[in-house]
Design a binder for this molecule. Structure first.
Ligand SMILES: Cc1ncc(COP(=O)(O)O)c(C=O)c1O
Length: 400
């Protein structure tokens, strides 16, 4: 992989016609070490956030040994890339064939479920195995998070008692898991969910061996600056310690976003300007899926040799395809004189960015370059000081 120091150097020397993904291995390594050292339990990386084999290797090299996989494709990918990793199949609705292949071919022993039907599927597919870790997913609120995960999965209050009881009979190790929604903006999201866990345990009166608090740990984006991650960990630790579970019970988490958001960014080129709308060469069908579909505001910076003296104004973007919905409302704050031919770096795209890219309409490329500077924002600042932070932007207020 080609290496550069900073995005500006890439734009200046290569003048790329296609979007270019920039990766920052040091940022992913730092996030992994942070979780491994500070989360008061086991860290499972949620592969869906970014399945890049390079990233998987970086996380492994920095102490992440367990991986939350959600499809047989992810099972195969991680088994191939990290043969010694422990895989946990945490999608509550799986094909029976996928469960069987995961169990018999790839040694997967941990599965999640939220219905009796899924439990029966797992028991059938594994031929009544007696070495299963079964995690019952319970439904919790997403109201303190930016992206809800409260509708699709999770056993409701009236269902958990029977399900926990049945899963206890089939499991060697019984867990309870949940997901508070992605980009949880307050540690209370986990505090409240743990209360639901407590009620479920008390009601079912079963021995629970694992509490898995799922993903949802935030990263930093414009207008979304969360409290320090340590506060989330403290809340979770306190709640875990007060649950009616045995001393040997384990605490797990499945961070996706928080481990990889800082890992990559994207250089795009402006192909046309129409008022405060910029037509750029990546969009709704590319790495900017979330910017278009859930109006996510990513940080942006203009890559010019000499800084513009114009004040920042808010722009919206159009992506390269012929669809009207290839539109990103933003606002993305850039100097007022930005124009056709300019390059822009879109930051914090390591999570749910390149993972979402398609080749629709003939657009989309795989060019990736490693850079050594800092991501545009970080929740891990001050932990290590080895990288250049000249390109870190202020996320809150507009510059001007
Ligand atoms: C079961 C499960 N675990 C973990 C994650 C990762 O979530 P996040 O990226 O918000 O940390 C997801 C994401 O949707 C998920 O569905």
């Amino acid at each position: 992989m080609a290496k550069h120091h900073r995005a500006l150097g890439v734009a200046r020397t290569l003048r790329p016609v296609q979007p270019v993904t920039l990766v920052r291995p040091h940022a992913a390594a730092r996030a992994a070490r942070f979780f491994v050292e500070k989360f008061p339990g086991r860290t499972l990386y949620a592969v869906k956030a970014n399945p890049s084999p390079d990233l998987l290797q970086i996380l492994w090299d920095n102490g992440v040994t367990h991986y939350d996989v959600a499809s047989i494709g992810e099972v195969r990918l991680v088994a191939r890339t990290l043969p010694e990793a422990t895989l946990c199949f945490m999608h509550p609705v799986k094909a029976e064939e996928a469960i069987a292949e995961a169990y018999f071919t790839h040694g997967v022993r941990t599965f999640s479920l939220d219905t009796i039907e899924e439990l029966e599927k797992i028991v059938r597919a594994t031929k009544g195995a007696d070495d299963l870790t079964l995690c019952v997913r319970i439904r919790v609120s997403s109201e303190l998070s930016k992206l809800s995960l409260a509708s699709k999965f999770g056993a409701g209050p009236g269902e958990t008692k029977a399900l926990l009881f049945a899963a206890r009979q089939a499991a060697d190790t019984l867990g309870i898991c949940f997901h508070v929604g992605s980009q949880a903006m307050s540690p209370d999201a986990y505090g409240q969910a743990m209360e639901r866990v407590r009620m479920a345990i008390v009601e079912a009166a079963v021995t629970v061996d694992v509490i898995d608090v799922g993903g949802g740990f935030p990263s930093a984006y414009p207008g979304m600056e969360p409290p320090p991650l340590e506060r989330y960990f403290e809340t979770i630790h306190r709640a875990f310690e007060s649950l009616p579970i045995s001393y040997s019970a384990e605490l797990w988490a499945e961070p996706g976003r928080a481990l990889c958001a800082e890992y990559s960014s994207l250089i795009v080129r402006v192909e046309k300007r129409r008022g405060d709308e910029l037509y750029i060469n990546d969009g709704a069908y590319g790495a900017l899926f979330d910017a278009a579909h859930v109006a996510w505001r990513f940080p942006v910076t203009l890559l010019r040799e000499h800084d513009s003296r114009a004040k920042d104004v808010g722009f919206s973007f159009y992506g390269p395809t012929c669809d009207d919905l290839d539109h990103m409302a933003g606002p993305f704050d850039l100097p007022a004189d930005v124009d056709t031919g300019d390059y822009i770096e879109v930051g914090m795209l390591g999570a749910y960015g390149s993972a979402m890219r398609t080749a629709f309409n003939g657009f989309g490329t795989d060019e990736t370059i490693e850079v050594t500077d800092e991501p545009m924002a970080t929740l891990y600042a001050g932990l290590e000081d080895e990288a250049d932070s000249g390109n870190v932007v202020r996320l809150g207020a507009r510059r001007g």
